[in-house]
Design a binder for this molecule. Sequence first.
Ligand code: GDP
Length: 209
Amino acid sequence: MISYRKASFLTSAAKLQQLPPDFGFEVAFAGRSNAGKSSVLNCLTGNSRLARTSKTPGRTQLINLFSLDDERRLVDLPGYGYAKVSRQIKQDWQATLSAYLEERECLKGLVLLMDIRHPLKEADQMLAQWCCAGVLPCHILLNKSDKLKRNAQLTALRQVKNAYKDFSELVSVQTFSATKGEGLKDLVDRLNSWYAESNPEQTPNNEQE
Ligand code: GDP
């Protein structure tokens, strides 16, 4: 049983070389700034301090890692989409994120957050496409579902599912409300399945390397 409530801050990394050793299981969370990533992490872990850690000035552009147990980590990737951020920072962000998604062996899946009222922005689509190209499972959370009536929620859900219908084995989509906790069970089920995948080639003390 994985206890998300036991998540605790592990470390921050500005570059991939600063990440902890590449073993075990990581699940990363990404999304445009303001889509509600901190609120979702807070809802999942019940720990508001954890999400605040990621929002500490100086840490917002970092990859922040939280451990669940000795082998499992939650990874909070920097929010994107700030219009004010310079072109250079955007390019650096893209390079770091694409390298993380492509190279990190212990990464088992990406939770991609979108505001249900404005899904599929350019950067969101870029991340989902990286996942599809790299055969990394991606779970899209259409957050802030409480802002829409049921019919409008279903329309958005259908629209996003349809956009990735050719990748339905890799890309899943659900509605979510961090404020109300709606959709939490589905999210936890998805995370549990990623964290439970066994990978016999990968052990912390792989003597053969
Ligand atoms: P982040 O920048 O992605 O970490 O976003 P935050 O978690 O800071 O949330 C941005 C704003 O959206 C805050 O005002 C939150 O209270 C609000 N918010 C986040 N999730 C929800 C949600 O599910 N429903 C509603 N109504 N507001 C939300």
